[in-house]
Design a protein around this ligand. Structure first.
Ligand SMILES: Cc1cc2nc3c(=O)[nH]c(=O)nc-3n(C[C@H](O)[C@H](O)[C@H](O)COP(=O)(O)O)c2cc1C
Length: 187
């Protein structure tokens, strides 16, 4: 696969995951698959086992109508074809003592990582998006101030690249990564 060169044998799902935009709007994600990827998300480890992650799930026409206005125009142009859209939130404070949990976003990131791997295993593609209006999301979903709104995610099946809006075609391939030497500090 373009831009994917593995020097070490890692999970197939890690090797295969990338962030496509050519979603198949005609193929729904089954209840079983959707619940299974959320099951994977819920089993992530977290500081104090707080499990600060929360997922808003939009999949019916009505839910998607409510969700789509939060995306910026660039993302809405391709992500509106995805059968499921998620919004990842995280609780800022610990439940046991109300103190600030400085790992809440870190833990929610781990949870999304678990979710994407289980989705990938099931042949389901996922693409995270930071391009959305956080304040609009807060208003539309009445999200309290002690919840961080982290990222939007499109979930579904790969479609036909020829149906993809021309503005996205050039970027429709996996992106490269830094080498181990570049990410590993030695002292
Ligand atoms: C937190 C986060 C925010 C992102 N925001 C956007 C976005 O708004 N729009 C978009 O098209 N892709 C977005 N991406 C996708 C990244 O650009 C993509 O993961 C990265 O370029 C690596 O590409 P690859 O996974 O296809 O190899 C986002 C990814 C993450 C993890």
């Amino acid at each position: 696969m373009e831009n994917r060169k593995f020097d070490y044998a890692v999970l197939k799902e890690i090797q295969e995951h990338w962030s496509p935009r050519a979603y198949d709007s005609s193929r729904i994600v089954s209840e079983e698959d959707l619940m299974a990827i959320l099951e994977a998300a819920r089993y992530a480890p977290s500081c104090f086992n707080e499990q600060p992650w929360r997922y808003i799930v939009a999949r019916t026409e009505e839910e998607k109508r409510k969700y789509l206005p939060i995306l910026n125009a660039y993302n809405a142009a391709w992500a509106s074809k995805a059968p499921v859209l998620l919004l990842i939130l995280a609780k800022q404070n610990f439940s046991h003592n109300g103190k600030q949990n400085r790992f809440h976003q870190f833990d929610a990131g781990t949870s999304w990582g678990f979710l994407l791997l289980e989705a990938q295993r099931r042949g389901i593609i996922t693409h995270a998006m930071g391009g959305f209006n956080v304040e609009a999301a807060r208003k539309i979903y009445l999200i309290p101030d002690d919840m961080t709104i982290i990222a939007a995610v499109a979930v579904g099946y790969y479609g036909d690249i020829d149906q993809l809006d021309p503005q996205f075609k050039e970027a429709e391939h996996p992106s490269p990564r830094l080498s181990i030497d570049e990410i590993m500090y030695k002292y």
